[in-house]
Design a protein around this ligand. Sequence first.
Ligand code: SF4
Length: 230
Amino acid sequence: MTIGSAVHEAAQKDNLEKIRTGEPLKLAQMVDAAVAAFDEKARQEGLEVTNIEAGRGKDSAVQAATGYGVHISPLIPRPVEAETASVVRIGDIELAGIIDYGDAQGIYDLKVGRRHPAGSAAKSSQLSIYGFLRRARTGVWPERVGLDIVRPGLKGRPWIADRQLAPRTEGDYSALIERLKATQAAVTAGVFLPAAEGEFTCDARWCEFWKDCKYVSPARRAAAEQRDES
Ligand code: SF4
């Protein structure tokens, strides 16, 4: 979490600098921004940055910020927004979120740490919601959405990055609204619907209710715990 926050801070500063001056931050400045954010977050969480684990975390923050600077930053030469918080109301439904960064074509979310399955951007409701937020602010639908994923290289090699882009049409956004309405009607009626079978967000890494959710079998829970320990 701290490493992710550190890289997001570096990305925010980098993209704001591009918006302001037309030029990216230097790589060393991105790393400095990540280190400062890591130290601040560690201080807030009461971590002793001199201990070995925190030291490793800080080293990973440096590696991750470098991965962002080398692989992701050049993909966004002309951002138009960075860390934009918005809220939009559609009927009874309120949508809120913070877009990590966007350019004239689309909006993008930065993920740090783990590989995402192919097709994650195409299926992501979170990205569609960000599309609504962009439209609410600018009046224009983003024609694409994307996930930028920064993750460790194999066997201690430098951090690498993947980009997943997916188109979004007005039909996709309309379908999402219908889904949200149906979900809201079910929740209002006291019906709690589980995620679809195989949905990747139904996982300990993504869902905060996973540990206690009645729709997760003990065998799945045990397998996830084993995976996390390995
Ligand atoms: S763990 Fe439960 S709450 Fe979380 S996504 Fe799966 S079904 Fe939904």
